[in-house]
Structures are given as structure tokens and as C-alpha cells.
Write a new protein. Structure first.
Length: 597
């Protein structure tokens, strides 16, 4: 009882489950050093696997262990005397820096792995396994080397050594980004697109691809001889590279070792860019090939339009397009190119005719290419649709039809007509097949183009004979009308009688009144508007309006000698107010003597 009580007072607490076999007062010295009056620790005396790593400067403990503090430094991470249920290891995985604290950086796909996928008993090295004190090795992080083969199976079965990082990285196994084929057989041309397995194939019955021992001395190591030994003579030394390159078998060209000029057909222009197989289709290079005419190899793109003519007149080996036949060459043809025609694309006149361009055409007249903008107005003689009589190839609107040539028509341009714009008379009319300007007129009278300002059916030329200006009117004989001008009317201006009506801007001539009342106001208040005195000429003349010319003998009261000298108002005394004017009454005057005397 005394011994147990004394141990309880000395011990700071029960040991962990791993150290429970040392939980006796007689075993304290197994872990503690009580010499020199201080208590030390002897952790590394037992955990030699940690001691060896610290001494070798490798692994996690070698980086975190502080040698200056001695083995007492172990207590920073490992605590004891806390009982069997509390592990004696303090370790925060979330804050653990694998690069800084182990010297092995986790990159690429390794970052996504759980710790236990690498740190498990099957990956612990046998030498380390015997040193580890922890019986449950699945909880240990010791004994894991940095070599890839520790966790990964070597697909090359040791053929390429153990330095996997020389070709691969931690991001992915394929592609082997670190590998360069700059070896004894550099990859060029079409070889760069060939899968590795095509050359580095595995022997029969073996799965891994073999990279060592692949045939690289000559082309025949991988390729069959399509010429069946035809070039094994001394001239070519049997080497494929004498004529071919790695750019491709059928698309490559003769190499620098072969000069085609030594043959009957020297390669020039596009011919030099062709693959050999385009002409030597059966790979028999000793067989003669017809080459005297282009048609021996090339299809006639012109479908016999130039049969019997040499292709070299328009084409050469530089290329089929563009042709040597230029716009200047076109001047030698039946249709010369000038003006706007020089700017027109060839295919506008030479269209595609079912897979080939039509060069042989009969299009020598304008109407064969161009739509008639005049809607057949010039189809008849003397023009007969000869556009060149009015137009040139410099442009359709640049017409050669001048004012002088207009005199050749039935309507010569004079005066103001010579200054008028063409489209003011030749307006666009949609009446025909197309909206064309009208050049054909049924009549040539003024009202064809001009609106009659007088609203009459008179012939304009009867008064307006000068085309220089409208207001220049010729001398007009009014006697030819129903109202000859006489007396005082000869001094009256035309617009006094032919006045404008309403909002009209021109004088009115048709329908002008011929009676006096049509122009003059009735100063008699309508006394003479009934028969028989409706016409003013019964009392007045055109010479003058004066009533002295009136003959009283026409009335019911002829004047005798004495009455002739009496002034009118002595008898016609009555006056009336009509429209705010005072008028004298003549009708109804008494004739009895007693009325005045």
C-alpha cells in the first residue's frame, strides 16, 4: 500500500496504450534520465528508426528535430502520462506542408491523393519495417522512399531504369512531356504524327511496349520497298532517302540527290512541286511517260474550245491560273476591251458552262450582254439598237448624243430648250417592260411637255413663237377673234380683260366675255339689264363712254329742237342709292309736259 501510494504521488499520470508496459515506478528510468539532478529523456534510445533518420538528415523528423534541445524536443509533438485513450502524437494534417517538412513536394495528380494511398504497409521498405516500433503499420508514415516504383508498377519492366521523372511528371503519365526523341533517330516529317506503338511494338505475347532495340538504321526497317528492288543499283545505293524525305511517301518530292533534269522531261514551276506518284503512278520509274503535249497528262478544261492550239499560248508551268492571256491580249481578239470593259471580271462575260468556262462566244453587240434600258425604243432604223451611236464603253451615262445631233431629229433644240436638262423632257416611264426614259413622243406640240397655263385649247405657237423665253409673245391680231379691239380698247392692257382667276398665276384667254358687262361695272344700277337696252353699245361707243353720243330718238320721247339743248338731269331728276353709290334714274321718267313744266 505504501509503495502504490508513493508511485501515485511521483508519477504525473498513466502512460499511453503503446507505453503501458512501462507504467511501473521501477521502469521510469527506461524513458527518463535522472542523472546530474535533472530529468532527461531517452526517446531515441528506443525509437532507433527516428534516430537513424535524424542522423541521416532525411525525412520529416530530421527537419523538425531541434538538436540543441536534445531529446526533450520530442515532447513538442509527443506527450505522455495522459492515459491510454489519448494518442501520444499531436499532428494536424490540414496544416501540414509536405514540401517544407519532408522535402518531397506533392504536385499534379499527387495533390488529390489521400495520405493512406501512399503511406500504407505494402509500400514500407523491409529494412525500415523491422525498426518501426508501431505495431499497426497502417498508422505509420515512415519507410516510404521517393522512388516512383515504390507505389507505381514499372510498365517498362526495368528497360529504362528507375528515373521515371526523366520522361514523366506528377500531372499525368501520358504524354511523356519530358521525353525528347532527339536520339539516334530524330523524328521529322510524317514520323512526328506516328503513334509510338507503330515503331516500338511489343514482341509477340508481351504487353509492355519496347523502346530499346527499335529498328532505326534504314527505312526498310519499318517500311516495305514499293519499288520491289528496282533502285537497288549503285546509282541509288538502295537508299530510300535518295529520292524521298520523311515529309510523306506520296506527297513528297525528289530529294536533292535526284536531278530530274537528267531525264527527257525537266521539272519546272508547278511540276517541281508535284509528288512523283502523280506521274509515276505504278511506281515503275523505268516506264516511259508521254509528255510532249499538256493533254498527255492534263484534262482539257476548255472542253475543246481551243482544239489544235498550244496550251503554252495562255498557260505555263507556273500555274494554270492566272492565264498568260491578259486584257492587253484581248485586243487581238474579235472583241477589243476598252473603257469600262477593262474593269469587268472575266467571268461576267465568260460564265461557267457546266463545269468549264465558256470562252468562245458570239457576244459582240451590246444587247447580247446588256439589258436594253430604252425598252426597244431604238430597235428600228436608223439606230437598229446600235448603242455605240450614242454611248461609249467609258460609261453608259456619258452619251455622245449632243444638242447639235438633236437637230437631226424631228425636234431641233433652240432657245431655252437647248439649256434644258435631258431628263426634264425625257422622263422615266414605267409603262413598258422596264422603267425606261421616254424618247419617242406621239406629238411634239408644247403641251406634250408643258402644262397649259391658260387652261385653253389654243395652239401655243400662235402667240409664243420664240423658244428663248415664254413671255416673249408675238404680235397678236385680235381681229381674228370674236371680239375685234376698237376705240379706247386699243389702249387697254391685255390683263385688264384677260384677268387671272382665283389662284391662277397666268392670264385667262379662253372664255373671256365679249359683252361690256363682262369687264365694266353697271353704273345704272341695272336699269338697262332688260330688253331692249341690254347692250351698252345702244347708248355708248368704244371710242368714248360719254353720254353725249346718246340719241334720244331711240326712246319713247324723241327730243324736239327746244328739248335738245336741255341737260339730261333737268328731266331725269330722280336719284337712287345703289351699293353706296348715287345713280341717276333714266328708266320710267314721265313724258308729260306737266311733269317738268
Amino acid at each position: 500500500m505504501f509503495s502504490a501510494s508513493a508511485f501515485g504521488q511521483i508519477s504525473p499520470g498513466a502512460l499511453s496504450h503503446a507505453h503501458r508496459h512501462l507504467d511501473k515506478i521501477s521502469r521510469c528510468a527506461a524513458c527518463h534520465d535522472f542523472g546530474a539532478g535533472t530529468r532527461g529523456f531517452k526517446c531515441l534510445d528506443c525509437h532507433v528508426e527516428i534516430q537513424h533518420r535524424i542522423a541521416a538528415g532525411a525525412g520529416y523528423h530530421a527537419r523538425v528535430y531541434k538538436a540543441s534541445a536534445g531529446q526533450k524536443d520530442c515532447t513538442r509533438c509527443h506527450t505522455e502520462h495522459t492515459g491510454e485513450k489519448i494518442p501520444p502524437i499531436r499532428f494536424d494534417r490540414a496544416k501540414f506542408d509536405h514540401r517544407a517538412e519532408t522535402g518531397y513536394a506533392l504536385e499534379g495528380a499527387h495533390i488529390r491523393r489521400r495520405c493512406e494511398e501512399c503511406h500504407n504497409p505494402k509500400n514500407i521498405q523491409p529494412a525500415t519495417r523491422a525498426e518501426i516500433k508501431m505495431k499497426d503499420l497502417s498508422r505509420s508514415f515512415l519507410g516510404l522512399p521517393h522512388d516512383c516504383a515504390t507505389c507505381h508498377q514499372d510498365p517498362h519492366t526495368g528497360e529504362l531504369g528507375t528515373n521515371c521523372t526523366g520522361c514523366h511528371n506528377q500531372s499525368a503519365w501520358r504524354p511523356a512531356a519530358g521525353f525528347s526523341h532527339a536520339t539516334a533517330f530524330p523524328l521529322t516529317g510524317a514520323h512526328t504524327n506516328v503513334a509510338c506503338e507503330k515503331c516500338h511494338s511489343a514482341p509477340a505475347g508481351q504487353k509492355p511496349v519496347h523502346f530499346k532495340g527499335a529498328p532505326a538504321g534504314s527505312c526498310r526497317g519499318c517500311h516495305m520497298d514499293p519499288h520491289k528492288g528496282a533502285f537497288q543499283d549503285a546509282k541509288f545505293s538502295g537508299a530510300c532517302e535518295s529520292c524521298h524525305t520523311t515529309a510523306g511517301w506520296k506527297t513528297n518530292h525528289p530529294s536533292a540527290h535526284f536531278n530530274h533534269d537528267t531525264t527527257p522531261f525537266a521539272l519546272r514551276g508547278k511540276h517541281a512541286d508535284l509528288s512523283c506518284a502523280r506521274c509515276h503512278r505504278d511506281a515503275d520509274f523505268h516506264r516511259a511517260i508521254a509528255h510532249d503535249r499538256c493533254s498527255s497528262c492534263h484534262e482539257d478544261k476548255h472542253q475543246g474550245q481551243f482544239a489544235g492550239k498550244d496550251c503554252a499560248a495562255c498557260h505555263n508551268e507556273t500555274g494554270f491560273k492566272p492565264a498568260l492571256f491578259t486584257r492587253d491580249s484581248h485586243q487581238l481578239a474579235a472583241f477589243h476591251l476598252d473603257g469600262k470593259h477593262r474593269e469587268v471580271a472575266c467571268e461576267k462575260c465568260h460564265p461557267d458552262a457546266g463545269g468549264h468556262t465558256q470562252f468562245k462566244t458570239a457576244k459582240l453587240r451590246c444587247a447580247e450582254c446588256h439589258t436594253d434600258p430604252h425598252d426597244r425604243q431604238f430597235a428600228a432604223a436608223p439606230y437598229s439598237n446600235q448603242c455605240e451611236k450614242c454611248h461609249t464603253t467609258d460609261g453608259f451615262k456619258q452619251t455622245t448624243f449632243t444638242i447639235a445631233r438633236h437637230a437631226e431629229t424631228k425636234f431641233a433644240l433652240t432657245g431655252a430648250h437647248a439649256k434644258a436638262a435631258c431628263d426634264s423632257c425625257h422622263t422615266t416611264s414605267p409603262a413598258g417592260r422596264i422603267a425606261a426614259r421616254n424618247y419617242r413622243f406621239a406629238t411634239r406640240t408644247c403641251d406634250t411637255c408643258h402644262k397649259d397655263p391658260h387652261d385653253s385649247k389654243l395652239v401655243c405657237e400662235g402667240c409664243h413663237r420664240d423658244t428663248a423665253q415664254w413671255k416673249s409673245v408675238a404680235s397678236f391680231d385680235h381681229a381674228a377673234t370674236k371680239f375685234p379691239i376698237q376705240g379706247a380698247h386699243q389702249k387697254v392692257a391685255c390683263d385688264r380683260c384677260h384677268a387671272r382667276s382665283g389662284t391662277a398665276t397666268s392670264l385667262k384667254f379662253a372664255g373671256t366675255a365679249t359683252q361690256c358687262s363682262g369687264c365694266h361695272n353697271d353704273i345704272h344700277g341695272g336699269q338697262f339689264t332688260t330688253a331692249p337696252a341690254r347692250d351698252c353699245s345702244g347708248c355708248h361707243t368704244m371710242e368714248r363712254w360719254n353720254a353725249a353720243d346718246f340719241t334720244h330718238d331711240k326712246t319713247r320721247f324723241p327730243l324736239d329742237v327746244a328739248h335738245r339743248n336741255v341737260r339730261c338731269e333737268r328731266c331725269h331728276k330722280q336719284q337712287l342709292e345703289v351699293n353706296a353709290k348715287t345713280i341717276r334714274v333714266f328708266r320710267g321718267t314721265p313724258t308729260e309736259c306737266v311733269s317738268c313744266h
